[in-house]
Design a protein around this ligand. Sequence first.
Ligand code: ADP
Ligand code: ZN
Length: 762
Amino acid sequence: MSQQSLFDAESAPWEADDQRELLVASLVFPTGPDKSFDYSVPGELRDQIEVGRRVRAPFGKGDRPVIGYCVRLASRNDLQRRLKEIAAVIDRRSLLSGRMMDLTEWMAERYLCTRGQALEAVLPAVVRGRESTRQIMLLSVPRHIATGLDKLNLPDKQAAILKHLAAQARPLTSKQLCAAQQCTLAPINALRKKNLITVEMRSVEGETAESMPQREPPLALNPAQQQAYQTILTPLHDRRHETVLIHGVTGSGKTEVYMQAIDEVIRFGRQAIVLVPEISLTPQTRERFRCRFDHVAVLHSHLRDAERHWHWDRIARGDVQVVVGARSAIFAPTPHLGLIILDEEHETTFKQDSAPRYHAREVALWRATRENIPLVLGSATPSLETWHRAAQGEYKIVDMPQRVSNRPLPDVGVIDLRDEFRDRQSRGAVSRQLHQAMEQALKDRGQVILLLNRRGYSTHIQCPACGLVLRCPYCELSLTHHVEGERAICHYCEYETAAPAKCPDCGGGGIRYSGVGTQRLESEVRARFPQARVLRMDTDTMQKPGSHARALDSFRRGEIDVLLGTQMIAKGLDFPNVLLVGVVNADTALHFPDFRAAERTFQLVTQVAGRTGRGERGGRVLVQTFSPDHPAIRAAVRHDYAAFARQELPVRELLHYPPYAAMARLIIRGEAIEPTKQFAEHLAGLVKEQLLKRQPAVGPENRVLGPAPAPIPRLRGMYRFHMQAQSADSETLRAAIREATADLQSPDGLQWTVDIDPIDML
Ligand code: ADP
Ligand code: ZN
């Protein structure tokens, strides 16, 4: 048998002698019920169909044409019934590799979402869409060819063209190349046929104006960095999976370690994915990667559709070495993944808060395990989940307790707001001590960062005569006063109304606006320091794309003296001239009805403290709090993560909270309170029954708490009840919920959602 016929036989095994054999495609319809449906593939579509392509197929009684994903192909000759036929194959190639297909299956199981939801999470909407943008062709010379040009034996014209193209810093269009070399397309096409020129299709929109940054060489690693680097390289070279936790204080040089590890991955022709919490908020990180690698795809939320599509195509073709992005970048279709890095792995933005409610850290672990590659988790304040696993020996841990160049961590001082209030030392949000420290820092020509995690002017609007608190009619949460346009705004649903001059209830004129938000803090700082140049940074002032990066640039250039804002300013910034960081109120998150409240507070204070002391002159942190003795605040003040973990973990263990047990949260929403409550009770009963069936002992490790009104009892006009299911074992918990809800019919107007290992407890 010749090679040719062998190949043919292999590529189409279903075209066997047996004519009754049918090719059956299992389809998942994202908009349909959560299961797959079998269809037969007509002969003319056999060479187009493939797992991971989308098809159009008749669905339901009326045979509506619906788009579905082909998730499985099998040839069968044992069919009992006639199958409907697929009408058309939409995609010209598979959008999802087999591995990514498996991932969606795992996600559906792990997060109790539908397979369709998982598929649509993995594929960006723009790739699923059929947007058409004008495409231009960009030509470049692959690096391995550019380095060996003189070894090639080419006609003169072609050699000249290749040499010219290889010398360019950026790819050229064929038009540009023809013009430069005074040639026709013929020699260029000849070079393309010989694979000496690579062609990239770029949508015209996708061609960004971003200039190529100045290249930066790697730094010589210090011993701690060297150790972290080796710990990543060992599994990398052994081609096995390992999770490495880099517990490094802010400024310890983690990013440099990541970049050098990525260098190694690239040397083997593989790709790396770097996840950062909020890429649009960390332009510095983005630039650092762009300065180090040739082919970086930065996926951020301000990308236009065409750009996003373009990046996705490049990544899928293997033209990208490093993907840097937020949560969803974990689904980047890299063909030969070599390394995944999650920086600031403790950040809550890695968890998606709508279905599928996946956590990028877990998806990363899944991918890294399947690909036999290392996963690196980096943080100064690791999540207790990760810390616990590392302590159990599941992860390797590397400590980087010191900043590079032996720069000290900043001194952190605590200001007890109770004293301030008792002595009436100051009015407003800035205590006397903080005021003096700001004065000193500004006098020393340093910069100041002030953190207040509440936006708006006043966070509380109340009539002192009748006690009425102005609340959102849809959420029942108190409205925040915003000075611009004199508005009262709900921070959960964006409902807004005019800030009233008189009480809407009793007509009293003395409405009191209290509670300090960032706007009010800004006015206070401007009044206290009229000479200082002040900039407020929160979602209200940073709405325009690029405004955040511009603000940071101007802060870096020293055009701003005081930067104040919400947690947005606590992240990933590295400014050597910041001499003082003030935490205006460390308690904003401390009393939330959330078992992670202490952890959040510890993280926020530690992270913002890390924004100072980056330069030669050191830096100082002042934390204002009503709870100076709270363990989370005491540990943060001492930069003592281990102490925090030691004190917090036993509490979690006692209450059987994560990381010691699995948890799920179910939320039930409805427009009327009674039926919502009843349905919640019904659902709780079902879940309890299933849990007990699997594990008869009731205790904190096996129980359903609630239902009860959620901490936000009404949101966007819907009443909300929630319950919390706990089990020692995640598998058991999910099985119980799956079983309990399998045949569950929600009454009209009622919705329920399930969140596995929830982060948001409100
Ligand atoms: P982290 O990611 O842990 O916050 P970075 O990698 O951002 O730390 O490093 C902090 C600063 O120290 C950066 O300005 C970086 O350029 C610098 N740096 C990192 N490693 C070294 C090194 N080995 N030698 C000198 N400077 C370094
Ligand atoms: Zn509201």
